[in-house]
Design a protein around this ligand. Structure first.
Ligand SMILES: Cc1cc2nc3c(=O)[nH]c(=O)nc-3n(C[C@H](O)[C@H](O)[C@H](O)COP(=O)(O)OP(=O)(O)OC[C@H]3O[C@@H](n4cnc5c(N)ncnc54)[C@H](O)[C@@H]3O)c2cc1C
Length: 478
């Protein structure tokens, strides 16, 4: 199996080898950039750091609202290089970190507003893709999560109960037969299906969006690493500092997600955690007949170390899960190299889900980084005094939330106080992660605990393992 590109999705758009460094040791700024780097000092009304979904949606809505605004985007490698060009392609309405946190902080109405905004954002992304002519293999097939052991089934029932009573969720509890009729996952005991989720090819969306914002007049510079983001100071506005020149702007937006830990002053803000995917060769008609999956639902499970999958437009399965372990000091491989052991364990799980695929070949494998805040809650905001804005910390559910973040940032920057700018995640701040070695011990310890809990549940435990409950409590994410 060759692993030459930073994701299968990007290689479909940019060709084989997309994103691989130009030569060994070429450093961060290399490979696949087609747009000019920053060339000397510049000014802008708004400078956005990072050309993933967050940065590009922000640029899009700013220019749509005010075409005369000067918007510059600075990207260390190329548009879509980060998680946006590598993810599982679930455009889902799931609220990062769960709705309950917002019930606690903003009451039920605040939590409902967040949920409704997420559901609306799924349909907004689909609308814009259509309006702008971006073909991102979008299929609105809903989201199916399956339980494969009794403890998972108990959690599934709790989850279904929790979903009832919220609007814009529309989840349906399925018995084993109904769930298997959608996708024939071996050992399914039940499922929860909800309609507000689309399968997408993420690199097609992010690359399409980059072209659209350029057409709107946004200046997009690739191969331009921002070394520091500085607040407004006496006699000058906020600043993005690069080795190729600085950009001074009324507002500088940090849209760097999993890479944020590399910026000065943000080292402990969001832990960069890896997630990894494999993709199969295209399956035969006979294999698809055995598996079903006619509606293109996205597929997940209720394991603590969960999987996520999609049926691709060209008839493959992309299957993801927990990737490379957390490295001491929040270090990670930006190109997302994926160890054989990770590929093997994802393939083994795929075959456990679909025994008919026992001989299937893995065509590609890759990894990317998520930004994980200490409370697992995403945030968006603008501090007007400093001129610094940010959005991120989406953990594993940013494909839709980035659109909501982009629209919200546009409103904040343009001082349009809307229903978006009062959503509970706006201005949310959380304490930093622990210093090392505590962070290393805690993060890897948590994943060991979740893995142990899954194994105990697979052996027949009928309720959620106590180890997992303690891990949830320690991590603060449930
Ligand atoms: C493997 C994987 C699977 C996932 N699956 C799903 C899924 O199915 N559904 C879902 O909702 N979410 C999923 N996610 C999460 C989702 O992809 C992210 O939340 C989302 O893409 C974040 O977008 P972003 O623009 O904020 O960050 P990114 O896409 O990471 O973009 C940040 C950009 O900033 C650039 N950058 C960073 N630092 C600098 C700097 N100093 N100077 C200049 N540029 C810089 C990076 O190169 C990058 O292009 C997944 C993530 C991963 C890694």
């Amino acid at each position: 199996m060759a692993h030459a590109s930073v994701s299968f999705w990007l290689s479909q758009v940019l060709g084989p080898g997309a994103g691989a460094p130009a030569s060994p040791g070429a450093g961060a700024e290399a490979g696949s950039a087609s747009r000019p780097s920053l060339d000397g000092d510049a000014t802008a009304d708004v400078c956005i750091v990072g050309a993933g979904f967050t940065g590009l949606w922000t640029a899009y809505y700013l220019k749509k609202a005010q075409p005369s605004l000067g918007v510059t985007v600075l990207e260390q490698r190329f548009a879509g290089y980060g998680a946006s060009g590598r993810n599982g392609g679930w455009l889902t309405n799931s609220v990062t970190g769960g709705r309950e946190q917002y019930v606690a902080s903003h009451g039920r109405a605040g939590a409902q507003a967040m949920q409704s905004a997420m559901t609306a954002s799924v349909h907004e992304v689909i609308r814009v893709a259509e309006a702008e002519g971006i073909d991102a293999d979008i299929a609105l097939g809903g989201e199916l999560n399956v339980a494969r052991n009794p403890a998972q089934l108990a959690r599934l029932h709790d989850w279904a109960e929790g979903e009832a009573g919220w609007t814009d969720v529309d989840a349906e509890l399925l018995d084993a037969g109904q769930a298997s009729a959608r996708i024939a996952v071996d050992g399914t005991l039940g499922g929860l299906w909800q309609p507000h989720c689309a399968r997408i090819q993420p690199a097609k969306l992010v690359r399409g969006l980059a072209s659209v914002v350029e057409r709107l007049g946004v200046e997009l510079h690739e191969n331009t690493t921002v070394a520091a983001i500085e607040p407004r100071a006496v006699g000058r506005p906020a600043r993005a500092v690069t080795a190729r020149g600085n950009v001074d702007a009324d507002v500088v937006v940090r849209a760097t997600e999993g890479f944020t830990a590399r910026l000065p002053g943000a080292h402990r803000a969001w832990v960069p955690l890896n997630s990894s995917l494999i993709v199969t060769e295209p399956l035969s008609d006979a294999q698809w007949d055995a598996i079903g999956w006619a509606n293109r639902d996205t597929l997940g499970d209720l394991a603590h170390v969960y999987m996520y999958a999609q049926r691709t437009a060209d008839g493959r399965i992309a299957f993801g899960g927990r990737g490379v372990p957390y490295h001491f000091g929040s270090r990670f491989d930006p190109d997302g190299g994926t160890p054989r052991v990770t590929v093997r364990s994802l393939r083994d799980l795929l075959v456990r889900f679909f025994p008919v695929l026992s001989g299937v070949r893995v065509a590609d494998a890759w990894s990317g980084v998520l930004g994980v805040p200490r409370d697992w809650a995403a945030t968006v905001g603008l501090a007007r005094a400093s001129g610094l804005a940010w959005a991120g910390g989406y953990v594993g559910t940013g494909v839709t939330a980035t659109n909501l973040a982009g629209r919200t940032l546009a409103d904040l920057v343009l001082e349009r106080y809307s229903e978006l700018t009062t959503l509970p995640w706006v201005g949310h701040r959380v304490r930093n992660w622990e210093i090392e070695p505590l962070r290393y011990i805690a993060v890897n310890g948590l994943y060991k605990a979740y893995g142990m809990a899954d194994r105990a549940e697979d052996r027949g435990r009928t309720s959620t393992s106590a180890i997992a409950r303690i891990a949830d409590w320690v991590s603060g994410h449930k």
